[in-house]
Design a protein around this ligand. Sequence first.
Ligand code: ZN
Length: 172
Amino acid sequence: MNDIIEKVRVYGDPVLRKKTDPVTVFDKELSELVENMVDIMFEYKGIGLAAPQVGISEKIITIDASFGESVDDIMVLINPEILHVEGEVSMEEGCLSVPGVWEEVVRPEKVTVHYTDVNGEEHKIDTDGMLARVIQHEIDHLEGILFVDRISSVKRTFLAKTLKSIAEGETV
Ligand code: ZN
């Protein structure tokens, strides 16, 4: 498993566009994969990571719920599902898979999410602010959606060249 994960996949990699499969087995292999994802998330200084970003097409998300303040506040969301959304807010987003790009994205302000933890136990949370934002961004990854899909077509036209360079493996 460790050999599979070498680096974060970037824009243009087909795995980022695939719909992921739900996790059905909660075993040691899953915890090892999650540990790996957490390490990569910190290594790349991300505040959230979805399994497709490391080439694994499964419904797994890790989040640094301290948003860069501590290494002890990790959330692991397996098979997450948004049950309810409320409000609307614009916030700037970036993504480890779309390096160097930051754009305002409008999303619901509050979310209710059902998920399973790494031990197979079910949870439901209501949240808003930064955490709601990160959860929605990461759940999008599980559906093959990237944040640049959610910006205006005018902004996307401006970004076209940059996205093409990322897809072609050039440094931005
Ligand atoms: Zn992302």
